[in-house]
Ligand binder design. Structure first.
Ligand code: IPD
Ligand code: CA
Ligand code: CA
Ligand code: CA
Length: 264
């Protein structure tokens, strides 16, 4: 068993166990706000992060951990093996809808994505990829993404892009929305990236994410030939916030050229 296989065996076990704990929890939900009244965190987000980080620390004491809820380390660089953990991606869905929330974990080595896990807790579905070895949905290989015409595109878009926009002219986005076949918004960046990898979505655009939102999804989408950048086509910052634009090969370039580029 190589090093990544060993890490993978543990990671899958812990993620499924964390999912079971979330589903089985009988505790009353304690909901707090973070940066604003729509930015929610619950006791279950915190407990799940503590559970996962506890396992990682005990088993791999020399690995580094970045966690959304702050139970990891204060990470300043990407040296060594770094676990990037989002215990619940889609907390607003978790609180209000009880569906479409994910456990999302990326494992990076010296800044390069090696393993990505997105676990759909309610559906008990696992999206996984290992760099260079393909992407899998519940253990079945996900096929490489095919080309897609702009007019046949299903685009996931965080509607927030239209109201408070950091950089892209909303009129350009409106033109894109008009030109594609349909738009969707699921409220979980990890799920949206997983859907891009599956070809259920052809592209996804959002204006501000943190590394824990996209660390896993980037590995999975790239492993099926998709492209993941910021909205101007630049590489994502693994230690800071970025806009994110993921899409099928070809289509990513076309959308970038026709609607997004030149505004940075
Ligand atoms: C959020 C979700 C959401 C995205 C937000 C994220 P959280 O993550 O991914 O889809 O639009 O920007 O913060 O807070 O539920 O883990
Ligand atoms: Ca959050
Ligand atoms: Ca998140
Ligand atoms: Ca979260």
């Amino acid at each position: 068993m190589d090093r990544w296989e060993e890490i993978n065996t543990y990671a899958v076990r812990w993620i499924r166990e964390a999912g079971e704990r979330i589903l089985a929890s009988q505790k009353p939900l304690q909901i707090e706000t973070k940066s604003d009244r729509n930015d929610l965190v619950t006791n279950i987000d915190k407990e799940t992060e503590q559970f996962l980080i506890g396992k990682i620390r005990t088993t791999f004491p020399d690995h580094h951990i970045l966690g959304e809820e702050g139970f990891g380390e204060d990470i300043r660089d990407t040296e060594g093996i770094l676990w990037i953990v989002d215990p619940i991606d889609g907390t607003v869905n978790f609180v209000h809808q009880k569906v479409n929330f994910m456990i999302s974990i990326g494992v990076y080595e010296n800044g390069e994505g090696k393993l990505g896990y997105i676990y759909d807790v309610v559906r008990k579905e696992l999206y996984f990829a290992e760099k260079g070895k393909g992407a899998y949905f519940n253990g079945e290989r996900i096929p490489l993404l095919a080309q897609n015409r702009l007019e046949d595109t299903i685009l996931a878009l965080n509607p927030y892009c239209m109201v408070e926009n950091r950089g892209i002219d909303p009129a350009r986005l409106a033109a894109l929305v008009r030109d594609v076949r349909g738009t969707r918004s699921y409220g979980s960046a990890a799920l949206e990236l997983a859907y891009v990898a599956m070809g259920r979505l052809d592209a996804y655009i959002t204006m501000r994410l943190s590394p824990w939102d996209f660390a896993a999804g980037k590995v999975i989408v790239e492993e099926v030939g998709g492209v993941v950048t910021d909205v101007f086509g630049r590489p994502l910052d693994m230690l800071g916030n970025s806009s994110v634009f993921a899409g099928k090969p070809g289509l990513h370039e076309e959308i970038l050229k026709r609607y997004l580029k030149g505004q940075e």
